[in-house]
Write a protein that binds this ligand. Structure first.
Ligand code: FES
Length: 112
């Protein structure tokens, strides 16, 4: 089972650990309510993590990370996003919303 998100001071929420990210290729976690976050590691710069709202900006379907192609894909109409959330292929025209992210020790913290 996925570890639960945990609130910390400063508005950051612990969404998992770097080991989970590296084992599964991504972390998909609920921040609060219906608000979710997708955390991925930038394939071009392994020190950089991206925290994105996994809601397609086209018509709101859930997107997910594709490990084989190293991008973010929406199955509804085929929009593709780069790991930083920019549009690689439409019909979406706007980037995914992004959140602040930081790593403390091996804890991954996201500020919605
Ligand atoms: Fe994602 Fe249309 S809702 S491509």
């Amino acid at each position: 089972p996925a570890p639960k998100a945990e609130a910390t001071p400063g508005g950051f929420i612990k969404v998992g650990q770097t080991q989970d990210l590296d084992k599964n290729g991504r972390i998909l976690q609920t921040l609060k309510g219906n608000q979710k976050v997708l955390v991925v590691r930038d394939p071009k710069n392994a020190d950089t993590l991206h925290a994105l709202n996994p809601t397609c900006t086209h018509q709101g379907c859930p997107v997910d990370w594709k490990q084989d192609s190293q991008d973010i894909f929406c199955a509804c109409h085929g929009s593709t996003y780069t790991p930083d959330g920019a549009v690689a292929k439409g019909p979406a025209s706007e980037p995914l919303e992004s959140y602040d992210i930081k790593v403390e020790g091996d804890a991954i913290l996201v500020k919605p």
